[in-house]
Design a protein around this ligand. Structure first.
Ligand SMILES: Nc1ncnc2c1ncn2[C@@H]1O[C@H](COP(=O)(O)OP(=O)(O)OP(=O)(O)O)[C@@H](O)[C@H]1O
Length: 328
């Protein structure tokens, strides 16, 4: 393994078995949630896994953290074979899963301190680190509240705090900022970045927020149906769509498909209800805007935007499905 690689995943395969339904209820078919995933995360990177609901992101990180055993393939974290030795994961990485039920009865302070103690910190050190992290994430005022008495975003923030106590060289975070307001999100991103800058931590995180992904990630693997369909820097991925721009049209009600200029756009649009998204050359985008704003189509139009490409456009260009991607 090259010195700079912290995580190396090779040809990972995981299929959830089919289940027969009980008492006439429909069963569930087998799902191949990791379908030959290979990727390498380098030292000090903030590496993202992006993809819609059900793409296989959580399945991948649960295997990375030793919680789920792959059917085939290899996982190497800092030179340790985690398929053969899944329990070593606890020493190598801090994991923030999607659920927090294990900590719900504890206060914010106790959740963070206990996690630190479980990671081998002495009582005084755990307390010290806990104070620092609660301060960093502006959780001081909520320190004595049990997690179950917090709002969804506050609880998530408390779980991030717990994940950050008791330093680990690798942080694996499954949608760390879900449900948080912008201030909390910013605090989380700076806390993560500080771990990287000051302690050389490497971060793997799951997100479906494409805007956030562009801002914080060094590299991103785009997952779709258990496969990595692209892996590059956000800028590198955006080069896939070149100089194109994105035109979004939102219709008031039913789009007037009887108008030829609208019917022509419909053929290349990705539609989601009243919203159409088109990726066009700059010249074609200008012509399209002129066509829908200059003629009878305008009366049926609620809103339109022209934007430079985002990761979402890359995702569309790669043939992904955007239903599960969050755009703001
Ligand atoms: N325990 C399970 N048993 C059976 N199928 C599962 C199980 N967990 C996940 N799946 C299926 O595996 C696929 C991948 O799920 P996974 O949770 O990894 O996706 P994800 O990309 O993390 O999605 P989300 O963004 O919604 O969290 C989905 O089709 C899901 O329905």
């Amino acid at each position: 393994m090259p010195a700079e690689a912290v995580v190396r995943v090779r040809e990972l395969v995981k299929t959830y078995p089919a289940r027969r339904g009980r008492r006439g209820a429909p069963g569930t078919p087998a799902v191949r949630a990791s379908d030959g995933v290979s990727l390498t995360v380098r030292h000090g990177e903030i590496f993202g896994l992006l993809g819609p609901n059900g793409a296989g992101k959580s399945t991948l990180v649960r295997q990375l953290t030793g919680l789920l055993r792959p059917d085939a393939g290899g996982i190497d974290v800092l030179g340790h074979d985690l398929v053969r030795h899944p329990r070593r994961a606890a020493r190598l990485l801090a994991y923030l899963g999607q659920e927090s039920t294990a900590l719900d009865e504890l206060t914010v302070t106790l959740a963070a301190e206990t996690t630190g103690r479980l990671r081998g910190l002495a009582a005084a050190a755990a307390r010290r680190e806990c104070d620092t992290v609660l301060d960093e994430l502006n959780l001081g005022p909520l320190a004595d509240r049990p997690l179950r008495r917090l709002s969804g975003g506050q609880r998530r923030l408390a779980c991030v705090a717990a994940a950050l106590v008791g330093e680990r060289p690798l942080l694996v975070l499954d949608e760390p900022t879900t449900g948080m307001d912008p201030v909390a999100r910013r605090a989380v991103w700076s806390a993560i970045d500080r771990r990287r800058a000051e302690h050389g931590a490497t971060v793997v995180l799951v997100t479906h927020n494409v805007i956030e992904a562009e801002l914080v990630l060094d590299r991103v693997a785009v997952l779709d149906r258990g496969r990595v369909i692209a892996c590059d820097t956000p800028a590198g991925l955006k080069a896939v769509v070149g100089e194109d721009v994105r035109l979004e049209l939102v219709w008031r009600d039913r789009p007037p498909l009887e108008l030829p200029e609208v019917a022509a756009l419909h053929r290349s649009a990705v539609t989601a209800g009243r919203r159409w998204t088109l990726r066009l050359s700059q010249q074609d985008a200008r012509a399209a805007v002129a066509a829908v704003t200059g003629g009878p189509a305008f009366a049926a139009l609620d809103d339109f935007t022209l934007a430079t490409p985002s990761l979402e456009d890359v995702y569309l260009a790669l043939g992904g499905h955007t239903e599960g991607l969050v755009k703001a």
